[in-house]
Design a protein around this ligand. Sequence first.
Ligand code: ATP
Length: 239
Amino acid sequence: QGEKKLLIVEGLSASYGPVKALRGVTMSVDRSKITAVLGANGAGKTTLLRTLSGLVKAIDGSASIDGLHFENKNPEDIARMGISHVPEGRGVVQEMTVDENLRLGAIWKKDFDIKSKLNWVYELFPPLLPRSAKAAFTLSGGERQMLAVGRALMSEPKALLLDEPSLGLAPLVTAGIMSLLRKLCDDQGLAVLLVEQNARSALSVADEAVVLSLGEVVVSDKASAIKEDAALRHHYLGF
Ligand code: ATP
């Protein structure tokens, strides 16, 4: 069982000044699995991802990947350890080209065949190829999300942290991106931590789910079990 677990988070807490956004979060993320993080507005979902990628400092608790602790490391070191974050709003550099944005994803990698990795990302997301020399702001919403995910994959992460990837996208576009990520989970053992406001759709793609409320874990279980728990759904997930 220990082999399956890639990310292990224990008692993680984080604050914004006086606001305690995470209160002792304990959870884990398995290799080859999609784990959804669910909960109402302000539950702490985004803060969890930001703390795991080093953008917010943990004030307590621990987090490890493959047995190596990374709480309190900086974002670049955490990225080197195999964690890639696709922030809410996607975080691509609008004025830069598609190609430049993708290269940014692996800018700190040494001894790395960036060309073959680029080709691989263009194969994963064929619509990006004819737009490689276009500025990111010229892309459609779906293409921009592909770019953001592609950039995150450039560094060959073990874990991909995705914040609200469905925001503003047509359901079919989101479904396409999720099925591609599922394939990377199956083929390469990628672990995906997926933050979603839309719990119903997240539970339909995820294997596991963690429900947060006011910065605390209410439950973590198989996505199917959470989907079937009507009381939990009504109380915390709004459907
Ligand atoms: P949402 O879906 O609305 O983003 P969330 O579950 O991702 O919700 P967080 O954004 O992590 O929740 O917010 C958790 C708590 O931290 C909330 O009380 C929020 O108001 C607070 N918070 C978030 N970001 C900041 C910030 N930069 N400064 C101060 N408080 C913040």
